[in-house]
Design a protein around this ligand. Structure first.
Ligand code: UDX
Length: 434
């Protein structure tokens, strides 16, 4: 099938490449010329495991191309809208200008029987409004098919998601939309992926409520970490114990520096803002979820200041800048926030991330970036592990201790065996752990 994908960021680039991988003929459209040039050459403009391979295969096969020209969407049967919905400056609501521009830009190129498919995360009510617009201006229809991909697993999550959700209009339009989407996803559906067909509002809410639930789960365990810190309990053992209850489950119960990234923080705020607009108090608890999450960043900064004593001029090694491992994304990264706060407090922050140094340097040029753990810890008065990259798990406390000026470490992501580090003379502190 001929498919267009509007927006080639984290979501759109992966989606376009994966649609070509499924055998479709795909054109990706983005306004950013340099990004389009990279993608057209079969190169990923950001770090995402597995993406370079599917991109290169798609481009080499001739099934995948990229352009800045919206007119090239003409002739495609299904048009995915995968642009960003950032937080509006000065408010918590989602900024829909890119979604509106993408759909508006598509209108002149749509033909009778085409299907526009929203993938962006939007406030409930958006699909109904855009569906009316699309139907009134063309013979096309609109569906909402939210994306649940996790960075670091984006390719696998796109090709074999936990479920497909199709938000479709009522009547024949809905049947046509469902049939087209079934054709697009024929491969994964044949492999048994579940698919749920809903109305627009439900599909929009599935996405934001999934993210709100995940954020709540993380903040729940971080609230338990605060209690553990006050009482001498161990939040990791607590998570293991409650996680054995299948109704609770162990996943997303890792206490630490909390959630960041391009989705969870902004999505829970936008969801709350939408509930406020609807005059509902239902999501007031998300303010606490947000507050617990942000408190963890402050806690780590305060802990670092306490351990350092004298902060001004102290060399501090920051290990990890990305908001999570296997990503170079530093959007709303808790790690980068902590690094910046320590720098502002007067420390000399030397940072190392296996993939995110370059993206971090764009937004925080004042930090010093180095290419290895060894360089970061050399002569440091304190080391902080702020992102749970696999390579940090295997750090040798004796070797690290010999390089540092003082044997002090904060493990904000529960990757180190604190008892072992203490055996090597470290003052070693974790979060929610004695
Ligand atoms: C999230 C959702 O998981 C995905 O379904 C949605 O489509 C987009 O948003 P992503 O932003 O890639 O995906 O990251 P995710 O893996 O959910 O992690 C979010 C943040 O939570 C990271 O900063 C991570 O370090 C943190 N986290 C995660 C924890 O602090 N503890 C955990 O137990 C799990």
């Amino acid at each position: 099938m001929r498919i267009s994908v509007i927006g080639c960021g984290y979501l759109g680039a992966v989606h376009a490449a994966c649609m070509a991988e499924l055998g479709h003929d795909v054109v990706g459209v983005d306004v950013d010329e340099s990004k389009v040039a990279e993608l057209a050459a079969g190169r990923a403009p950001f770090f995402e495991p597995g993406l370079p391979e599917v991109l290169a295969r798609g481009v080499a096969s001739g099934r995948l191309r990229f352009t800045t020209d919206m007119a090239e969407t003409a002739g495609a049967r299904v048009h995915f809208v995968a642009v960003g919905t950032p937080q509006t400056a000065g408010s918590h609501a989602a900024d829909l200008r890119y979604v509106d521009a993408a759909v508006g830009g598509l209108l002149p190129h749509l033909s009778d029987g085409d299907l526009v498919v929203g993938k962006s995360t939007v406030p409930v009510g958006t699909a109904a409004r855009l569906g009316d617009l699309v139907r009134a201006s063309s013979g096309a229809d609109l569906a909402w098919n939210p994306e649940f991909l996790r960075e670091g697993f984006a390719v696998a999550d796109t090709l074999s998601p936990d479920r497909f959700v199709y938000g479709v209009p009522g009547g024949e339009g809905g049947e046509r939309a469902t049939a087209l989407l079934d054709e697009v996803y024929a491969g994964p559906l044949a492999a048994g992926m579940p698919r749920l067909v809903t109305d627009y509002a439900t599909a929009e809410l599935v996405k934001v409520s999934a993210n709100a639930f995940l954020a709540t789960k993380i903040s729940f365990i971080n609230a338990m970490a605060e209690i553990a810190e006050a009482t001498g309990a161990d939040v990791t053992q607590l998570a293991d114990a409650i996680g054995h209850d299948a109704r609770i489950g162990r996943r997303f119960l890792n206490a630490g520096l909390g959630f960041g990234g391009g989705c969870l923080p902004k999505d829970i705020r936008a969801f709350q803002a939408r509930a406020d607009e609807l005059g509902l108090e239902s999501l007031a608890f998300l303010a606490d979820v947000d507050a617990v999450n942000m408190r963890r960043r402050r806690y780590v900064v305060d802990l670092a200041l306490e351990m350092l004593g004298e902060v001004v001029g102290a060399k501090v090694a920051v290990l990890g800048l990305a908001f999570k491992p296997d990503s170079d994304d530093v959007r709303d990264s808790p790690a980068l926030d902590v690094a910046r706060a320590l720098q502002e407090a007067g420390a000399h922050v030397v940072a190392y991330d296996p993939e995110a140094n370059a993206t971090a340097a764009l937004v925080a040029p004042g930090l010093e970036y180095v290419d290895s753990v060894d360089e970061a810890i050399q002569g440091a008065a304190l080391a902080l592990v702020l992102t749970e990259w696999r390579q940090f798990r295997g750090l040798d406390p004796e070797a690290v201790g010999r390089s540092m000026a003082h044997r002090r470490v904060i493990d904000a992501r529960t990757v180190l065996d604190l008892a072992l580090w203490r055996d090597h003379g470290f003052e070693a502190r974790g979060l929610g752990r004695p």
